[in-house]
Write a protein that binds this ligand. Structure first.
Ligand SMILES: Nc1nc2c(ncn2[C@@H]2O[C@H](COP(=O)(O)OP(=O)(O)OP(=O)(O)O)[C@@H](O)[C@H]2O)c(=O)[nH]1
Ligand SMILES: [Mg+2]
Length: 447
């Protein structure tokens, strides 16, 4: 096919039947293999794999699945979805086999020998996007839903998948387009324009921009929700980091000792609190004049801190000298060894008091972590950097439109239209191949 244009190659690829194992690796009760493609091509694949009457639309039937040599590979449940009422919008075949990886691999091989090719990561969802079954925000939501480490994260992904963001963006865009049209009319047909209505429309631009900026600012929380919030425990040697780490987890995961410099590697563990996922990381304590091994541990702890969503600055409560005024959390340990006066003082200074023998302090810290990770969980959050950038562009265009107002209706309309375009890009109306590649390489094969 040398010399064929990229467009032609892309068109040919869309004619392919793609196939993949869609259930996770390993053994299980049931394993799923999927294929998707144009009806005729899929028919020819099916006729070789599942001889017999054509599969009915959207009804599960029990069939013998034939290996390429004609032997029976498995008795499997098969379902055919006739496009466009399918995940990809094309015709789809789904096979439910016994969950043995050998059977699944052979079923995939049989599909390939019957004319399918192995799908690339996310290629089913990419076809769904190409066929208008999903928009880009929903495709990102599929990725988030599969990766979601907690119940709250799955809820956010479901809201995006259900089109809640799309609805909001569409309403905003419609409002902006109506305004742009009215501004343009002001130049050509001033007598037809209701200036009062137009001023009201312009007046709402600032409010709209604020809503966009607020939504964009939610991205960090959305990302923490979907990826899990990374919390690093940092501080000097012997501060009680590993003791606190174990107390937060509720089991003795890290080694604790009175010997300074006990922790070397970053020790991490994921926990689920109130439906939110956290990844806690215990690190080597900071100090000067150490050997090469401990120095390596300290440099790892510096690196972990740089990547953290939240840092717990852990100090021995007996050694703390003054108020805590940093953005991170200040945690004072050895609370059990402090007298009442000292405790009051540390609390007044903004330190969170903890000790493994005092559950209320540990619980209060957990609650603070929860609050700062989640905030208002009823709020719709963005969760990818791409979404944030597009929304900030929409807001920036409105900021440009505002000063023009009715004095410069043409320029104002132009900026308002640009804002609407950025909203459409956010929803995925026009998306470069680069953006799609970046998204879909993260997907699992078979999704
Ligand atoms: N009484 C009391 N002892 C504590 C508390 N926290 C830590 N310790 C003790 O302090 C010593 C050091 O604790 P670790 O948790 O190992 O300290 P670390 O910060 O992890 O130290 P490195 O790993 O060396 O950086 C151990 O003997 C702990 O038992 C606390 O809240 N109360
Ligand atoms: Mg330690």
């Amino acid at each position: 096919m040398s010399g064929a244009s990229p467009e032609l190659l892309a068109a040919v690829r869309l004619q392919d039947v793609i196939a993949a194992v869609s259930s996770p690796p390993g053994r299980g009760a049931v394993g799923i293999v999927r294929a998707s493609g144009p009806a005729d091509s899929l028919d020819s694949v099916i006729s070789r794999l599942l001889p017999g009457a054509p599969l009915p639309d959207r009804r599960l039937v029990l069939r013998s699945l034939r290996a390429p040599d004609g032997s029976v590979l498995d008795r499997a449940l098969a379902v055919r979805f006739v496009g466009p009422r399918s995940y990809t919008g094309e015709d789809v075949l789904e096979l439910h086999l016994h969950g043995n990886p050998v059977l699944l691999r052979e079923a995939l091989r049989a599909l390939v020998l019957a004319g399918a090719r192995v799908a690339e990561p996310g290629e089913f969802t990419r076809r769904a996007l190409g066929n208008g079954r999903l928009d880009l925000v929903q495709a990102e939501a599929v990725d988030a839903l599969i990766r979601a480490p907690s119940l709250q994260a799955t809820r956010l992904a479901q809201r995006h998948l259900g089109g809640e963001l799309k609805q909001r963006l569409t309403a905003w865009r419609d409002e902006l387009l109506t305004l742009a049209v009215a501004l343009e009319a002001l130049v050509d047909f001033p007598e037809d324009v209701d200036e009062g209505q137009l001023s009201a429309g312009l007046g709402s631009v600032a409010a709209l921009r604020l809503q966009m900026e607020q939504l964009a600012a939610s991205t960090e929380r959305g990302r923490r929700l979907v990826d899990g919030c990374r919390v690093v425990l940092a501080g000097p040697v012997n501060a009680g980091k590993s003791t606190l780490f174990n107390a937060l987890l509720g089991h003795r995961r890290a080694i604790v000792s009175a010997v300074p410099g006990t922790t070397r590697d970053v020790v991490s563990e994921s926990v689920d609190w109130a439906g939110l996922s956290f990844r806690l990381e215990d690190t080597a304590g900071r100090r000067e004049g150490v050997d090469a091994v401990e120095a390596e541990g300290i440099s790892r702890s510096v690196a972990a801190e740089a990547l953290a969503d939240l840092v717990l600055q852990v100090r021995d409560g007996r050694a703390v000298q003054g108020p805590w005024d940093e953005p991170d959390f200040g945690v004072a340990t050895h609370a059990d060894l402090l007298d009442a006066e000292r405790r009051t003082q540390l609390e007044a200074w903004g330190w969170q008091l903890v000790s493994p023998s005092e559950e209320p302090g540990i619980e209060a810290l957990r609650q603070r972590l929860l609050d700062s990770a989640a905030g208002d969980t009823d709020e719709l959050l963005l969760h990818t950097e791409r979404q944030r950038q597009a929304l900030l562009q929409a807001a920036a265009a409105l900021a440009e439109a505002e000063p023009f107002g009715l004095d410069e209706p043409v320029l104002c309309a132009e900026a308002v239209r640009r804002s609407g375009t950025a909203l459409e890009e956010l929803a995925g109306a026009w998306t470069s191949e680069g953006v799609l590649d970046a998204l879909f390489t993260r997907f699992c094969i078979g999704k």
